[in-house]
Design a protein around this ligand. Structure first.
Ligand SMILES: NC(=O)c1ccc[n+]([C@@H]2O[C@H](COP(=O)([O-])OP(=O)(O)OC[C@H]3O[C@@H](n4cnc5c(N)ncnc54)[C@H](OP(=O)(O)O)[C@@H]3O)[C@@H](O)[C@H]2O)c1
Length: 251
């Protein structure tokens, strides 16, 4: 348990915290004494072993813009206990739909509604959240981290066209946001994971290891450490960056 009262702690809002990279980020920030407000489609798991409770979880479907707006109102309400300050927003939740055989969805076969849903979750929700929470971020001189992907910069064997283009758009959005939020004192960066061992990976990913210079998959904790770096004083003059966390896969 942290000894700090809620109004003295730094606060993170993190989307997609229920597993994978988000889960590891909750652990990293919580162990440093931060209050972490999480959001995902499912309710707070009753068997969750951490000190945070259901009062720090918001059930929200980022695929539904009206639900995102409601979620932002709820977040702002909950931040009042912290003097309406927000130290960091991490846009981590994403979807990566596959075809019925679990294979990559190419541009020709992706229905327009699926493109829209992927872009709503992976691209529009991050900017909606950042804009909706801008006053709270400004008050704390906070920072935003957008989670992009190695699939945003070249065709990937498993990631579909909609997913990959949404991540490329999110990388560009990070640049635009850094320019627009910078004068408000808010830093905006991206982290771009490669093949990280989580449930989003497709069967066959292990065959890619031979082409990764570090010859192994990454662990969610290794991504969480980089997110933490970008949300803290250690990176105080870093904005508009996209940090590759992929064992050298991009080279
Ligand atoms: N793992 C990798 O190798 C890898 C590589 C490159 C990039 N990334 C990126 O890293 C981030 C995290 O990936 P991950 O592997 O940890 O993913 P993951 O294990 O599939 O977890 C995704 C998270 O997003 C939440 N989520 C999904 N759809 C949502 C929605 N409509 N509304 C609200 N929450 C939603 C999920 O929670 P609920 O199911 O409860 O909603 C879950 O907590 C993503 O942005 C992903 O694109 C991952």
């Amino acid at each position: 348990m942290s000894d700090l009262r809620n109004d003295e702690r730094k606060t993170l809002i993190l989307t997609g915290a229920s597993r994978g990279i988000g889960h590891a980020a909750v652990k990293r920030f919580s162990s440093a004494g931060w209050r972490v407000i999480t959001c995902s489609r499912h309710g707070f798991p009753e068997d969750c072993p951490w000190e945070m409770g259901p009062e720090d979880h918001i059930q929200i479907d980022l695929a539904d813009p009206a639900n995102v707006e409601d979620g932002i109102r709820e977040m702002r309400e909950r931040l009042k206990a912290q003097g309406s300050r927000l130290d960091a927003l991490v846009n981590n939740a994403a979807i990566s739909p596959k075809d019925e055989h679990g294979q990559r969805l190419p541009a020709l076969d992706t229905g327009i509604d699926d493109w829209k849903t992927v872009f709503q979750v992976n691209f529009f929700a991050p900017i909606m959240l950042a804009r909706g929470l801008v006053e709270e971020l400004k008050k704390a001189t906070g920072s935003v981290v957008n989670v992009t992907s190695i699939a945003g910069s070249s065709v990937h064997p498993f990631a579909g066209a909609a997913y990959s283009t949404s991540k490329a758009a999110l990388a560009s959005l990070t640049r635009e946001m850094a320019a627009d939020f910078g004068p408000l004192g808010i830093r905006v960066n991206a982290i771009s994971p490669g093949e990280i061992e989580t449930s989003i990976l497709s069967p066959g990913t292990e065959n890619m290891i031979k082409d990764i210079p570090m010859r192994r998959l990454g662990q969610p904790e290794e991504v969480a450490k980089a997110i933490y770096f970008l949300c803290t004083e250690q990176s105080s003059y870093v904005t508009g960056a996209e940090l590759h966390i992929n064992g050298g896969q991009h080279v």
